[in-house]
Design a protein around this ligand. Structure first.
Ligand code: MN
Length: 251
């Protein structure tokens, strides 16, 4: 019976010597969950860098894309929340595979439970530098400019940005820094307060990625979950219609 929702994040495919292995494991994981999967939610940074040109797409990742396409064709619902590394997927996955794309955190009602789901970048209001870069990268005009640069030039530049952004946030300094300091957690807390103040149904679950560290924390009566990563872990979360459990593939 297909009734479960699976969440996965931050595979950064295309970076590192073991990228093909990570992709293979992702495909193997999809095969394993397929009989039970009603939907698969990707929380962003699945690709370390992507740019969809009008008439061309980056090479690679065909096994993952093929597996997603086959599952989508057989009725599995796919959602993708763009990350800071793969924000330039545009409509590629939507048009080719039928994935529902999300550019911002969104409220989703799943089997009667209320979720707030997103990638998690740009949530530290104090991080002006990052928020500025995000605006630059999300600007349609700048995207149009980049699209005009030949990929043989554009991709090496973009890959070096991507590499330096990853180095700045190595998995090691991505540990959970506490309920009072973690920007994503604080954002979720604020969003929950808005629901409570408005007297509407509060969130049951908050699911994010970006931090590369798997975390489960209570947030009032709700639960905050950071799904972790698919780089040095094979973390994923599964919602069976009642509860969300954070685990890892092969455990
Ligand atoms: Mn990220």
């Amino acid at each position: 019976m297909r009734q479960k929702t699976f969440f996965v994040t931050d595979a950064h495919l295309g970076s590192g010597a073991d990228s093909r292995q990570r992709e293979a494991d992702l495909v193997r994981w999809l095969e394993t969950i397929e009989p039970e999967a009603k939907r698969v939610v990707m929380l962003g940074d699945i690709f370390d860098f992507w740019f969809t040109y009008k008439n061309a797409v980056p090479r690679g990742f065909v096994r993952l894309l093929g597996k997603m396409a086959q599952m989508a064709d057989s009725g599995v619902e796919f959602h993708f929340f763009i990350g800071n590394h793969d924000m330039w997927l545009f409509d590629y996955l939507e048009k080719e595979i039928g994935v529902t794309m999300h550019n911002e955190p969104e409220t989703m009602e799943l089997e009667g439970k209320r979720f707030l789901i997103g990638h998690g970048d740009g949530m530290d209001a104090k991080d002006h530098k990052y928020n500025f870069i995000k605006r630059v990268f999300r600007c349609r005009f700048n995207q149009w400019l980049f699209a005009g640069v030949h990929p043989n030039i554009g991709f090496p530049i973009a890959n070096s940005w991507s590499g330096s952004s990853r180095k700045k946030h190595s998995s090691n300094d991505y540990g959970y820094c506490g309920d009072d300091k973690e920007g994503i957690y604080l954002y979720c807390k604020k969003m929950q307060q808005q629901k409570l103040d408005a007297g509407v149904q509060p969130y049951d679950y908050f699911l994010f990625g970006h931090r590369h560290t798997p975390v489960v924390r209570p947030l009032g009566a709700a639960t905050y979950i950071n799904v972790g990563n698919w780089i040095d872990h094979r973390d994923y979360a599964v919602f069976d219609g009642e509860e969300v459990m954070l685990t890892s593939f092969g455990k």
